[in-house]
Design a protein around this ligand. Structure first.
Ligand code: SF4
Length: 138
């Protein structure tokens, strides 16, 4: 099977599902990298009920998603979690899963999922550690 192919042109369903009503969590490094582009964290970060820093949604989509072009406006500096999508971590089951909402999920080989999952696990460890020590605004 060929490597995972994201339909970056939005052809999966006219929208990039992963950027719609996003719940993408952010590490401190993600926030700092995006801030270097000239954004303030108050613009694009919110704290979730369970204590994680997340991307803000505006009009039902990620702050950085452009509904006209169907593209991410910070693609080169997008958060780590966005890079690993559609592999996500199911906190309840405590394991990686391939998001069922992604229409391209079938293009991912098991080998690819396993490789990305190792990175996702490390990311989750970082996110949990950072959330524990920060209970104020992100
Ligand atoms: S940062 Fe970019 S890739 Fe990530 S959810 Fe937002 S628009 Fe999508």
């Amino acid at each position: 099977m060929s490597p995972f192919q994201c339909n970056h042109d939005g052809s999966c369903s006219k929208v990039r599902l992963c950027c719609i009503e996003t719940e993408m969590t952010l590490t401190r490094k993600d926030v700092e990298r995006i801030e270097k582009r000239g954004y303030t964290r108050a613009e694009f970060v919110v704290r979730s009920e369970d204590g994680f820093c997340e991307l803000r949604n505006v009009d039902g989509h990620c702050y950085f998603y452009d509904p006209d072009t169907l593209l991410c406006t910070i693609y080169e500096d997008r958060p780590e979690g966005c890079r690993y999508y559609p592999v996500i971590y199911d906190m309840r089951k405590r394991r990686c899963v391939v998001d069922r909402d992604c229409p391209s999920r079938e293009t991912m080989s098991r080998q690819e999922v396993r490789k990305v999952c190792n990175k996702v696990r490390k990311l989750v460890e970082t996110l949990v550690r950072e959330a524990k020590f920060h209970d104020g605004p992100c």
